[in-house]
Design a protein around this ligand. Structure first.
Ligand SMILES: [Zn+2]
Ligand SMILES: [Zn+2]
Length: 278
């Protein structure tokens, strides 16, 4: 069995996210700690965070997957953009450490904006080495990307290259979040899930795979677009998504929907996924 949930809004506070997840019959979820475009986070209300922790514990939730803002680019060439990205990373990580320890925080490795991935990779790793602490409880996940624009991390090799440069003292706190839409758009043909997972294992190691974003794609394999689609309504298709969610090597992981849905759509998709395990 997997843990399954959706990306939910933080707008009504932390406890409300837990209640929303319960209303979806979810037992994990993803969320932004602040606007996906950056901005300042609303201050966390400690009682509100405690109420969320109680919901998670009482209902046996799997690990949550907090999503850093899309605009956070740790390998930006403009110094103020890079500094802001580091502030955002640290701020979100600190909120998790203070109020929701032991969860995952995934981020888009970055956009190399013309300098090339081979230049960007050590810059990203250097930021992680300065911003993370060996004693932290949060595990940081690099997200697999679609290869849109100058995105870093569209190949397993690029993610591995970042991981290789992370300080050995921080390695226990590093993992990968695989987004099915992104790897598909990046050219990994999920219709042959065995080959994709073998390749992931050979290049990165399956032990690093900590979370899945389960999304269909509006585009064919290799399109490098990153447009999510509802499950079964895109090019990946329901049978292939089912083969991912039910794969023996992926059991126990949190699976998060980022499909273009409102809450009823998420509730229906979660029900479909749960039916695969009956
Ligand atoms: Zn993402
Ligand atoms: Zn995406």
């Amino acid at each position: 069995m997997i843990h399954i949930g959706a990306h939910v809004s933080v707008a009504k506070g932390w406890e409300a996210m837990g209640k929303t997840a319960l209303s979806l019959n979810a037992d994990t979820f993803a969320f932004f700690l602040r606007s996906p475009r950056g901005g300042n986070p609303k201050p966390v209300v400690p009682e509100n965070a405690a109420a969320l922790r109680a919901i998670l514990e009482k209902n046996h939730f799997g690990t949550l997957v907090a999503h850093a803002p899309y605009t956070m680019n740790l390998c930006a060439t403009k110094e103020y953009v890079k500094e802001h990205a580091e502030d955002v990373f640290l701020g979100d990580l600190q909120n998790l450490e203070d109020y929701l320890p032991g969860q995952y925080m995934n981020f888009h490795p970055g956009s190399h904006v013309g300098q090339g991935s081979d230049v960007a990779v050590p810059i990203i790793a250097d930021a992680l080495n300065r911003l993370m602490e060996p004693g932290q409880s949060t595990t940081i996940l690099l997200e697999t990307m679609a290869g849109k624009g100058s995105e870093v991390g569209a190949t397993f090799e690029e993610l591995r290259a970042i991981l290789d440069l992370v300080d050995p003292k921080l390695q226990d706190h590093m993992g990968v979040c695989l987004d099915t839409c992104h790897v598909w758009d990046g050219g990994y043909d999920l219709t042959d899930i065995e080959t994709v997972l073998e390749k992931f294992d050979r290049v990165i190691g399956l032990g690093r795979l900590k979370a899945i974003h389960l999304n269909d794609s509006k585009n064919p394999c290799g399109a490098h677009k990153d447009r999510h689609e509802k499950l079964g309504q895109g090019y990946i298709g329901m049978d292939v998504l089912k083969s991912v969610a039910t794969h023996p090597k992926l059991q126990g992981l949190p699976f998060v929907l980022e499909t273009p849905n409102e809450l009823p759509g998420y509730r229906a998709e979660i029900a479909t996924i749960r039916s695969w395990f009956e």
